[in-house]
Design a protein around this ligand. Structure first.
Ligand code: EPZ
Length: 419
């Protein structure tokens, strides 16, 4: 097991390159299931979750090879249509195999993901969509079994906005007979990237990025050839680091149009963010000049829940009181207790955290509990006075490529130690 050892108080400065988006790469990898042949994906981030999804595809019989940030996936003959519990329980995004398997083979046996640290996260809406398209859904020993001779186009209205639910149904519909309409669809950039990848394969998808997505069924798709969009959450995480250390960082290879609500909130708190050299130049306010700012997490294009933990850290040293409301997941404040151990003053009332700004944070041994919580602890440790040791950083490795290398290049004093 590894830990991160951080000596805080260093101002970050320099240039950082953003990696490909984890939450675009995962569904696009499963889209390869829809075609027979060798698919190629570029700008894939080197992450634990990507390796887990590669393992998932290999279990289905695909040949997966990774060269740096490029991946080929050979789906000539898939020998299995089953996503086993042992794997799905380690990464719930494996449920993204459901739609493609049913679409291509008319059969899928996928373990129900079970809950996770941040909430119950059921997949009832994924199953509702498949049933609407004519699939027969049964549950047995923790697995969902979906069968369909051929899916038929249907109108599916999601009563909750679901990112992977939208992605699963988009993929399920590509071979369905007739037209499928997804209403109240998720509008995340990762949904749009998946639609673009599928259309390059020969799918007929329109409306991605809006709340209504239409998919015309086709008979065959050619293999995938696509480059993944940059990771907007990694970008926001580096904005938070530059902001809280009073730094001056040029974030390259990011898509500022995917971050409008996040950039607006950081600017509201006193951070200077300008477009420069095809990226974002972030200059943090002087110590004590961070303005308290309220946020509410909502589906895209609102403030993303995946940035809540990182933003709350900046508010812990703002000059006043900030309210942070989490509306997407029922248990996404587990980083708060760890931040309070570093001297933060945060009180939680149901899904609202009230953050009273303090002078500064102090280093401490802390423990990561989930992916974005672990990122928030790194942000806090970089700003804190003194040394922090962050435990259980396997959470961090799920979603951030070479995080400590990128931070060290910016002058941060951080290194991985074996416990
Ligand atoms: C995706 O998860 C992301 N993961 C999450 O990122 C992200 O936090 C989340 O969207 C919200 O933006 C990937 O894209 C791989 P949802 P997903 O379905 O699709 C409820 C990270 O840090 N719901 O949009 O699983 C659900 O419980 C991860 O990278 C149902 O009730 O989230 C939640 O409260 C964490 N029934 C809400 O909807 C369903 O059938 C939104 O969930 C589906 C969802």
């Amino acid at each position: 097991m590894y830990k991160l050892l951080v000596n805080g108080g260093k101002r970050l400065a320099g240039v950082v390159e953003i990696s490909g988006a984890k939450n675009a790469a995962l569904p696009i990898m499963t889209a390869a299931i829809l075609s027979k042949g060798v698919s190629t994906i570029y700008n894939i981030p080197d992450l634990k979750d990507i390796r887990t999804m590669s393992e998932m595809l290999r279990i289905l019989g695909a040949g997966v090879s990774i060269e740096g940030n490029s991946m080929t996936i050979n789906t000539e003959d898939l020998s299995s249509k089953e996503a086993p519990y042992e794997l799905v329980k380690t990464m719930r995004a494996s449920v993204l195999t459901l739609g493609p398997l049913v679409a291509r083979f008319g059969y899928a046996k996928v373990s129900l993901p079970g809950g996770c640290a941040i909430g119950a996260r059921p997949i009832n809406l994924h199953l509702m969509g498949l049933e609407k398209m004519g699939a027969d859904i049964s549950l047995s020993q923790g697995y969902v079994i979906a069968t369909a001779k051929r899916l038929s186009g249907a109108t599916i209205c999601f009563d909750l906005i679901t990112v992977t639910g939208t992605e699963n149904m988009m993929m399920a519909a590509v071979y369905a007979k007739g037209k499928t309409v997804l209403e109240n669809a998720a509008r995340e950039p990762e949904v749009v990237d998946l639609a673009e990848a599928l259309n390059k394969m020969g799918a007929k998808i329109s409306g991605a990025g809006t709340t209504v997505i239409e998919i015309e069924g086709v008979d065959e798709l050619r293999p995938l050839n696509h480059s993944i969009i940059p990771d907007r959450i990694e970008t926001g995480t580096f904005i938070a680091m530059a902001a809280i250390t009073g730094g001056d960082v040029l974030i390259k290879g990011c898509r500022q149009d995917h971050l409008t609500s996040v950039v607006e909130k950081f600017r509201e708190s006193g951070v200077t963010i300008t477009e420069e050299a095809g990226g974002l130049r972030v200059v943090g306010p002087k110590r004590g000049m961070i303005r308290p700012t309220d946020i509410t997490t909502t589906p895209y294009p609102g403030f993303p829940t995946d940035m809540q933990a990182q933003f709350i850290v900046l508010m812990t040293v703002a000059g006043g009181v900030s309210l942070v409301k989490e509306t997407i997941f029922e248990n996404r404040f587990m980083h708060v207790a760890e931040l309070c151990r570093m001297g933060a003053n945060i009180e939680i009332e149901e899904n609202i955290a009230m953050v009273r700004g303090v002078e500064r944070l102090f280093g401490a041994p802390v423990m990561a509990t989930d992916l974005r919580a672990s990122a928030s602890l790194v942000v806090a440790a970089l700003a804190a006075e003194g040394q922090s040791v962050i435990d259980r950083i396997y959470h961090l490795d799920r979603g951030y490529e070479k995080m400590e290398d990128k931070i060290s290049k910016l002058g941060g004093d951080i290194r991985r130690i074996k416990e």
